[in-house]
Design a protein around this ligand. Structure first.
Ligand code: GLN
Length: 385
């Protein structure tokens, strides 16, 4: 039998490929986004306590109630909004599962989904597995602004979903309330749902405030909004995220979730619930924490030819190597792995039709010593060019 792939052109995710390359070449990996410092020891202790207490059997399909109550309290404190923890919150296996579930919930064969490039790599395969088609709209470097007139021109009878990512990975940009207003105006009279990937909700720089779709009453009514404790608690390996959506949408999402992962690791959910009870504002210092790291790395690289591009949010930083070299970003990134021994993420693979650009993404969720090490290696390499 000849097996027919459903995703013939999809390879291994770039983050995994780059992490592998980093290992092969003994390079410092500041590509894939994950912290290299420990979690709060109280979170680890909470996990041990949850296991010792016997929280080792299936969690409720929707998520542990205590955790969903803590999430509702967190949303109320952050935005402030009232979310029903029982009817509107579903705990998922990281943000990725929430994205997948929401896409399967909304998209049917023949539907179109608007996605903005550079688009996080999990969106399009999920749309295609649902039988849909992505309409990819490029955000142009260096500012990566939304052009809402262009979006209007791409809406059709078949448009069923728009996916936005704010703060945006990998651009490190932040959309404002005015963007949400423009978006709301566009889809007001259309049967279009919204999927908002807001996993970097707590990492905005220079005094910016996050404009969550949940805080926009009109958009919220038709939105699935995705969050991640991996980002917020520096624990990407725990794979605990959640989706917030109005009760009727949540009921539909859970039909997918229950047959996808069913429920998420019980001890992890109890641990996070317990930790948030003890540290109810655990996330409040995140912007300042990452801003200091952004500033450290940017100050080290400025003037080197590997120029930091001002970052408004996320735990990434773009650098522009255009002054040093005109090579394509994928090649330049591989050269950095081999010669500078630093692994970074090129941007063009996140575009359907990449513009000319010379940008790489660096992860700043690293110990200061790691960032200094990365800067030392990059400066030495730039000096040789
Ligand atoms: N979110 C991470 C990043 O942007 C990658 C997660 C993954 O490897 N799938 O780097």
């Amino acid at each position: 039998m000849r097996f027919r792939s459903k995703l013939p052109d999809v390879g291994t995710t770039l983050f995994t490929v780059i992490s592998r390359r980093a290992q092969e070449e003994g390079a410092l990996n500041i590509g894939q986004g994950f912290p290299d410092y420990p979690i709060d020891p109280r979170l680890g202790e909470a996990l041990q306590a949850a296991v010792a207490e016997g929280r080792n059997q299936y969690a409720p399909m929707e998520g542990v109630v205590e955790l969903r109550e803590r999430i509702a309290a967190k949303l109320a404190a952050s935005y402030p909004i009232a979310v029903d923890p029982l009817a509107e919150i579903t705990v998922t296996c990281g943000g990725t599962e929430a994205l997948y579930d929401a896409i399967q919930t909304v998209v049917s064969p023949g539907d179109e989904v608007i996605v903005f490039d550079p688009a996080y790599d999990a969106y399009e395969p999920a749309v295609r597995l649902a039988g849909g088609r992505c309409i990819r709209i490029a955000l142009a470097p260096p500012r990566f602004r939304y052009d809402w007139d262009l979006v209007r021109a791409r809406l059709t009878e078949r448009t069923r979903l728009i996916i936005i990512n704010n703060p945006q990975n990998p651009c490190c940009t932040v959309a404002g309330r005015d963007d949400l207003e423009a978006l709301a105006g566009l889809i007001r009279d259309r049967p279009v749902s919204l999927l908002a990937d807001e996993v970097y909700e707590h990492v905005l720089f220079d005094g910016r405030r996050h404009a969550s779709v949940l805080a926009h009453p009109e958009l919220r009514e038709r939105a699935f909004v995705v969050f991640s404790f991996g980002k917020t608690l520096h624990a990407t390996g725990w794979r605990v995220g959640y989706c917030v959506a109005p009760a009727p949408l949540t009921a539909e999402l859970r039909k997918v979730h229950q047959f996808n992962t069913f429920s998420i690791a019980a001890p992890l959910q109890h641990a996070i619930a317990r930790y948030l009870a003890a540290a109810p504002d655990a996330w409040s210092g995140l912007s300042a924490f990452f801003q200091a790291k952004r500033d450290l790395l940017a100050a080290r690289l400025r003037g080197s030819g590997l120029e930091p591009v001002p970052a408004a949010g996320t735990y990434f930083q773009l650098i522009d190597y255009g002054a040093l070299d005109g090579a394509a970003d994928v090649e330049f990134a591989d050269r950095l792995i081999r010669e500078a021994k630093v692994a970074t993420i090129p941007l063009s693979p996140f575009y359907a039709d990449p513009p000319r650009m010379t940008l790489l993404r660096l992860c700043i969720a690293k110990q200061d010593a790691t960032l200094h090490d990365a800067a030392d290696r990059l400066l030495k390499f730039a000096g040789r060019l």
